[in-house]
Design a protein around this ligand. Structure first.
Ligand code: DGL
Length: 244
């Protein structure tokens, strides 16, 4: 099976890392729209337009499935992608909610963090409320995106940003509603020692295995990486983060 994986930039590589660990596909074609990142501060129509342009790119590769490894795209352009793609399209939000359901009790305190676009869509909140969760706080934490892009995964600048966003909160579980955030999960875990973290990459693997019946392959995954700008930087980051 060939999977197309799409993100606004490098963040979706955290999803690729999980896909590689679970060995679910023979081939992965990754496209990061690095020329136009971040999507999380753009409006819905722009996110839809950029996402449909990415779809045109992938059509040349005839994938079997498209994974939108970007919460902002999953929040705003999933329906449009599903309507336009001649193959199945899966986002990361529904899998994230199903992963939360397995790990968190209904009365536990859930914090959702993500970009402005993801949080303003209220998609996580709506799905969690439908599942019976009622103790939900959602908070846009857009500063974390450039920090990760700058490879700041720890230290005083990140500590200050966490203090700015997290002061006074005490969650039992945190949905990392942005595929950049697993890169700072150690720091977040240090800040909130007892909170369980939900990660889009792990969530999508569980979803693919349990809901779409995609099984572990015994062949190594072949991976091709593309970016709309500076592909060598994306490849360098992929080597660093995913060992590819
Ligand atoms: N990786 C994107 C997401 O999961 C965030 C980065 C952006 O703002 O484009 O929403």
């Amino acid at each position: 099976m060939r999977a197309a994986v799409f993100d606004s930039g490098v963040g979706g590589l955290t999803v690729v890392k999980s896909l590689l660990e679970h060995n679910l596909f023979e081939e992965i074609v990754y496209f990061g729209d690095t020329a136009r990142v971040p999507y999380g501060i753009k409006d819905k129509n722009t996110i839809i337009r950029y996402s449909l342009e990415a779809l045109e790119f992938f059509n040349n590769f005839e994938p079997d499935i498209l994974i939108t490894a970007c919460n902002s795209v999953s929040a705003h352009a999933l329906e449009e992608l599903k309507t336009s793609a001649p193959y199945p399209v899966v986002g990361v939000i529904e899998p994230g909610v199903l992963a939360a359901k397995k790990r968190l009790k209904k009365d536990e305190n859930i914090l959702i963090i993500g970009t402005n676009a993801t949080i303003s869509s209220k998609k996580y909140e709506r799905l969690l409320t439908k599942e019976g969760y009622f103790n939900i706080t959602s908070k846009p934490t857009p500063l974390f995106v450039p920090l990760v892009e700058e490879e700041i995964f720890e230290g005083p600048v990140l500590e200050a940003a966490m203090e700015h966003y997290f002061k006074g909160l005490n969650p039992d579980g945190i949905i990392l509603g942005c595929t950049h955030f697993p890169l700072i999960s150690h720091a977040i875990k240090n800040y909130f020692e007892k909170a369980k973290l939900i990660h889009s990459g792990e969530a999508i693997c569980e979803y693919l295995e349990e809901h779409l019946g995609i099984k572990e392959k015994n062949k190594e995954t072949r991976i091709e990486l593309f970016a709309s700008e500076n592909p060598s930087k994306l490849k360098k980051i992929a080597a660093l983060w995913c060992g590819i």
